[in-house]
Ligand binder design. Structure first.
Ligand code: XMP
Length: 304
């Protein structure tokens, strides 16, 4: 387990050494990038410029929440939805999606960095991201998904030796709000890897709404390590007296220590029925809701 008392000053020193000029950080509002932002702010102060890119692939209300949490830190918010959807058009392979999102991310950051005269990118990559990318399991977008030509002088990853629970410990020691310390992981490619096949605005809207319901029903009451909705594809259903070819939504809720392995949660039937009723009842294009029982392995936590 990480020794926070030594880790924090050491990583601040490391950031100071690596960042000679201005640095930007990709702030997503998750615990990883938030911890990095605070460490970097302590290391280089106003030479740090946190940037939040609204990819259009974020959870419901996320952009507003981040605006409110980090306004003090000179946060720049970039609306790049159209660029992400354009980059994902026609792409249905999961790894290609990660690359498309990763490349678009880095290009947008490069442009911002140029404008801000920043030559260093700070990233919240953690140990499991690195291991799974190196092992070829999934190219996490902030590691293997990077394009090969990077125009930053350096990329600094202060927490890339930590597991998620260690990052949370550091977050508490840094006095980050509880809401951030306990926040579930959310993948860098966002909702793009929670809709199977090609990303469309319609699928993203469906998964965003369904996901909000799943979180409302499960996060507070069952404290899952991670829970979310995914759109699997289309199937036949009946709504009113009409046959409908509508979306199939999967609900995932897992327990885990570090995301390397996971077990699906044994949720009460009544809770699952309520989630099904809320999703099919409030999203007209959804005809079927399923619960994923699979542990990791053989499944992964995300569907793609
Ligand atoms: P998997 O699906 O690999 O997920 O079992 C393990 C943890 O990693 C997250 N995840 C990602 N995070 N970029 C990320 O930053 C990605 O491409 C990515 N894919 C999965 C997943 O949400 C879980 O917490």
């Amino acid at each position: 387990m990480v020794k926070v008392d030594t880790f924090i000053p050491k990583s601040i020193e490391y950031i100071k050494r690596e960042c000679t000029g201005r640095a930007i950080i990709a702030l997503s509002g998750g615990v990883d990038s938030s911890v990095c932002a605070v460490l970097a702010y302590r290391a280089i102060g106003d030479n740090l410029i946190p940037i939040y890119i609204d990819t259009g692939l974020m959870r419901k209300g996320e952009t507003e929440r981040i605006k409110n949490t980090f306004l003090d830190m000179n946060l720049q918010i970039i609306d790049a939805k159209d660029r992400f959807f354009a980059a994902l058009k026609g792409v249905d392979d999961p790894e290609e999606k990660r690359k498309a999102v990763g490349e678009t991310f880095i290009r947008v950051f490069e442009e911002e960095a140029k404008e801000l005269d920043a030559d260093t990118l700070i990233q919240g990559t953690i140990y499991p991201d690195r291991i799974e990318s190196e092992g070829g399991i999934k190219s996490h977008h902030n590691v293997g998904g990077l394009p090969s030509r990077i125009s930053f002088k350096s990329i600094v990853e202060p927490i890339d030796d930590l597991y998620k629970d260690e990052v949370r410990e550091v977050a508490r020691a840094l006095d980050l709000p509880e809401e951030i310390c306990d926040k579930m992981p959310f993948p860098g490619p966002g909702l793009a890897v929670r809709v199977l096949g090609e990303v469309t605005e319609e699928k993203i809207e469906v998964v965003r709404e369904a996901n909000a319901i799943v979180e409302e029903e499960l996060v507070e009451s069952y404290h899952p390590w991670q829970t979310f909705a995914a759109v699997l594809g289309k199937g036949t259903g009946v709504k009113g007296d009409q046959r409908v070819h509508g979306w199939i939504v999967a609900v995932r809720a897992v327990g885990s220590r570090d995301g390397m392995t996971a077990e699906s949660l044994e949720l009460p039937w009544s809770v699952l029925k309520k989630i099904e009723a809320r999703i099919s009842g409030s999203i007209p294009s959804v005809v079927r809701v399923v619960y994923d029982l699979s542990p990791k392995p053989p499944a992964t936590i995300e569907f793609e």
